[in-house]
Design a protein around this ligand. Sequence first.
Ligand SMILES: C[S@@+](CC[C@H](N)C(=O)[O-])C[C@H]1O[C@@H](n2cnc3c(N)ncnc32)[C@H](O)[C@@H]1O
Length: 381
Amino acid sequence: MADRQKKRCNEAPAVEPSAALNAVCPYYTMFPLEFPISVMEKFHKQKLCVLDPFCGRGTTIFAARLKGHQAYGIDCSPIAIAIARAKLAETVDSDVMALAKEILESETEVVVPEGEFWKWAYSAGTLREVCKLREGLKGLRSDAANLLRAICLGALHGPLTVSVDARSYFSNQMPRTFASKPHYSVRFWKAKALSPGSVDVLKVITNRVARLKLDTLPKCEGTSKVSAADSRLARGYASVPETIDLVITSPPYYGMRTYVADQWLRNWFLGGLPAVPYGERNPLSHQSPEAFAESLAQVWDRVGERLSSSGRMFIRFGAIPSRKAKPREIMLTSLEHSRFSWEVRRVRLADSAASGKRQACHMGDRVKSEAIAEHDYEISL
Ligand SMILES: C[S@@+](CC[C@H](N)C(=O)[O-])C[C@H]1O[C@@H](n2cnc3c(N)ncnc32)[C@H](O)[C@@H]1O
C-alpha cells in the first residue's frame, strides 16, 4: 500500500461532535457514517424504520439515531454486537464514570492471563485493571455498561504515544482496527524494544467519555434494537417490526471469514478465551462463490418478508483480491436465488472508494486494498 494511502487508512475520521460516538471503537470493514446518512437523506418520510442485517459496529443504526429514525441491527459477532449496542446507549458522562470507578475500586479477585504476550502487551498494573473491567462488565446490560464496554474495547489496543500522559490506549504498540497475533506481536515488541509502560486506565476512560459529547446526542427513536443472531434465521428478526422502509447493509465479502479471530483480544475482553479462536464458525458458507451467494439469498429472503412494497435496500459490496470471485456476479446471483423478485435499480462505484474511507482500508496490510472495488446496489421488490 502506498505510504500516503496507508496513512489515510489508519487515520481516525474527523467527526461532528454529535457523531463522535460512532468512532467509539473501530471495526473491521466498517463503512463510513456518510454512506447510511446520505441514503436516509434521499427519503422524505419523517420516520423511517431501518434494518441492517449485517450491522457490524452499528454505523447504520447510529445514522438512524442521528436522523430520528427507528433502527434494527443484527450481527453474529459478539464484538460487533458490543460496539453496536453502545450506539443506542442513552446515558450521561457521570453514570459511565461512576460505573468505571465502582468496578476499578472493587476488591473482586480476577483471573489475570499469563504468558509472554500478556507481559509485553500490558504493564502488570494495567492488565489487572483491564481484567477488573472485563470481569465487572460481564452480564451488565445497562446503557452505561454498554457504553463503558465499547469504550474499553476501543481503548484495548492501539498505537503508543510519545508521552505516557497522553495515552489513549491501554496496550503496548498495536494496530487499533485488528489485534495482531500473539507470536507476531511479541517478536515485534522485542525487535523494537517497546515496553508497554503503566497506563492510567481511569484517565484514558475519562478522556474518551468526554470526547463522545454524550449530551449532544438525540434520543433513540421507538424501540430500536441490536440483536445477536445469524441473519439467515428467523430468530434474529423477532423484535423487528413487520414492515420496514429501508435496508442499508454491507455483507462480508466472499472469503472474509476472520471477523472474530482478527479481533481476538476484544473477544477475550468480552469473556472469550485468552487466545486466538482459530477455526471460527462462519454462518455464511465461503466454500465457493455459488454457496456464498446461496447463503446471502437466505438473508434477502428474511429481509423480503418485511420490506414494504415501496421500500429500498442499499447494499455496499466488494471483494478481497485473494479470492478469485466477481462480486457483482455474487450479488446478482444471491438476489436471483432469493424467493423474492428483486429489481436492481442502480449500481454505482461507492462514493467513499476514492476518499480513503473504504471498508477495505480497515482490513490491515495483508489485504491490498488498491485492488478492491466496492459498489453500492440500490434494490427494490
Ligand atoms: C462488512 S461487515 C459490516 C460492517 C458494518 N457496515 C459497519 O459499518 O460496521 C459484515 C458483518 O457481517 C457479520 N456477519 C457475517 N455473517 C453473518 C450472519 N450470517 N448473520 C449476521 N451477521 C453476519 C460479520 O460479523 C460482520 O460484522
